[in-house]
Design a protein around this ligand. Structure first.
Ligand SMILES: Nc1ncnc2c1ncn2[C@@H]1O[C@H](COP(=O)(O)OP(=O)(O)OP(=O)(O)O)[C@@H](O)[C@H]1O
Length: 291
């Protein structure tokens, strides 16, 4: 039997899909056929739709691989439907940040990413949960959650919007007091990294390993405003570990208590909690990915 792929296309991802999603579907079906595979495409109609589509296809064992065509939000929506299933996740990284794809070394141009997809084999990786919400790349609270909330409100996506939004967020963001495993702490940000980067090569935990059964917990403590540029440089050059304001722990679970229900993010998706308690857990060896 020929190998089969379902492409789940999010027209809202990145800056290139949009009204071109229909053309993308036609192109992907043609390319798959030329390469000797069975393929179907579906275009999502709303937030959460990718999970429904992937869950139905996976339950009926209709396809060997379900490919998220979009960014980390799309990857999250498809991947959560494939947890502990026999169906593998594929990624065509057409989002804004593409953190998991970049960590996995998936090329960012469509022809190269497709070529990579056909040739790749599946590996089993860990996922994680934040208050039972699955994530695959990075989740957290503090500055990054604030940026994800502001980014989610923009009409344009893409790298330029990330930069604009991050700079605005930096000017008015205030550090938070909370308890990490019962210990008082003040944080600029607290990240739970399954993969090494947020996306756009912002390496929050370059040493993160997707299959080691551990989360890399990265605490950034408050720093003088003038140090922001140096910290950003360390983030983009995989040198955050050298900063005096950064500490790492490798953990399987963690409990954080906040004064007020916190704004968090999971794979860049903002989420306003209704509880003061945050529990993060690793879920070892839970997802098959074409890497
Ligand atoms: N048809 C749709 N209409 C509107 N929003 C959608 C639709 N399908 C999915 N979404 C939502 O679009 C959002 C953005 O998708 P995604 O995260 O893939 O792109 P991105 O933010 O540009 O990339 P990245 O997360 O890599 O930075 C997600 O919150 C997803 O739930």
């Amino acid at each position: 039997m020929r190998e089969s792929f379902l492409f789940v296309i999010n027209p809202n991802s990145g800056t290139t899909l949009g009204r071109e999603a229909g053309q993308m579907a036609t192109l992907l079906e043609k390319k798959a056929k030329e390469a000797g595979y069975e393929a179907e495409c579906v275009i999502t109609e709303a937030k959460g739709h990718a999970t429904e589509l992937a869950a139905v296809a996976s339950a009926h064992k209709q396809f060997d691989t379900i490919v998220a065509v979009g960014g980390d939000g799309t990857v999250n929506e498809v991947a959560r439907a494939l947890l502990h299933s026999g169906t593998a996740l594929g990624i065509l990284p057409l989002g804004s940040g593409n953190g998991l794809a970049r960590h996995l070394g998936i090329p960012l141009t469509l022809p190269a990413a497709l070529d990579h997809l056909w040739k790749s084999v599946s590996v089993t990786i860990d996922s994680a949960t934040l208050n039972f919400q699955p994530f695959f790349c990075v989740a957290g609270l503090g500055f990054d959650a604030y940026v994800s909330q502001l980014f989610g409100k923009q009409s344009q996506r893409g790298w330029d919007t990330y930069v604009k939004v991050s700079m605005k967020a930096y000017l008015d963001y205030l550090p938070q007091r909370l308890k990490i495993e019962g210990q008082d702490a003040e944080i600029f940000s607290l990240s739970f990294a399954n993969a090494g980067q947020f996306g756009n090569n912002a390496w929050v935990a370059p040493h993160a390993d997707l299959a080691d059964g551990l989360l890399e917990v990265c605490t950034v403590t408050p720093f003088p405003k003038w140090f922001g540029t140096a910290l950003a440089f360390q983030l983009f050059t995989k040198n955050l570990r050298t900063s005096t304001y950064v500490a790492y722990q490798s953990l399987t679970s963690l409990v954080v208590e906040t004064k007020h229900p916190a704004l968090v993010h999971y794979d860049g998706e903002p989420w306003q909690l209704e509880t003061n308690r945050i529990e993060v857990n690793i879920v070892p060896q839970s997802l098959r990915v074409r890497g």
